[in-house]
Design a binder for this molecule. Structure first.
Ligand SMILES: CSCCC(=O)/C(O)=C/O
Ligand SMILES: [Fe+2]
Ligand code: NI
Length: 194
């Protein structure tokens, strides 16, 4: 289940909000300009499906969003445990990159989770909002929003990414290691399952 946890930016000792209710999550994030919605899940899509399979399964939703928002580039990013001996190093490098607080100055960050999970931490107006996204969740974060993302120590997710720019992912790092002061994916996901 999706989970939103909000703390003051000073640290996680005080929980301002904690909810798994989709309508409450959407209402809490809307004033930040953040879009949260759920799409019907295509259960027939394997968790580690390739891009063509994902595009075929979610074609109607992708086309509708593209028509509404004018995206020019759509890709699929998947990372799942595998026998590839390079997987641990790849996963560690990917996690480290996104754990660094950053902004996307020229584009919104729109992600749909086809499978697996990850947490977006939105650092806005003196608060940190951790949005644990799972299969079926669409999150749209406006350009310029300060945030980081944690996929955990054993990443497993497939996400559709929508861009207005041909160049795809471009981030500006703030240099703030704020992620070190807040519960990470492993901690939040373990508590959520318990
Ligand atoms: C879930 S897609 C990978 C994360 C990403 O693209 C990003 O910018 C995180 O902040
Ligand atoms: Fe980002
Ligand atoms: Ni859950």
């Amino acid at each position: 289940m999706t989970l939103l946890t909000t703390w003051p930016e000073s640290g996680p000792d005080t929980v301002v909000r904690r909810t798994s209710e989709p309508a409450e999550i959407a209402a809490a994030l809307a004033p930040l300009g953040v879009r949260y919605e759920q799409w019907p899940v295509r259960e027939s899509v394997p968790f580690d499906a390739d891009s063509d399979t994902v595009f075929a399964a979610y074609g109607p939703e992708i086309d509708k969003l593209n028509a509404e928002e004018g995206f020019t580039t759509v890709d699929v990013l998947g990372l799942h445990p595998s026998d590839d001996p390079e997987f641990p190093a790849k996963a560690k490098a990917a996690r480290e990159k996104f754990l660094q607080e950053h902004t996307h100055d020229d584009d919104d960050e729109i992600r749909f989770f086809v499978s697996g999970a990850g947490i977006f931490y939105l650092h806005v107006n003196g608060e940190v909002h951790a949005v644990l996204c799972e299969k079926g969740d669409l999150l749209g974060v406006p350009r310029g929003t300060t945030h980081w993302f944690d996929m955990g120590t054993s990443p497993s997710f497939t996400a559709i990414r929508f861009f207005h720019e041909e160049d795809g992912w471009i981030g500006t790092f703030t240099g703030d290691r704020i992620a070190d002061r807040f519960p990470d994916f492993d901690t939040i996901a373990a508590g959520h399952r318990a």
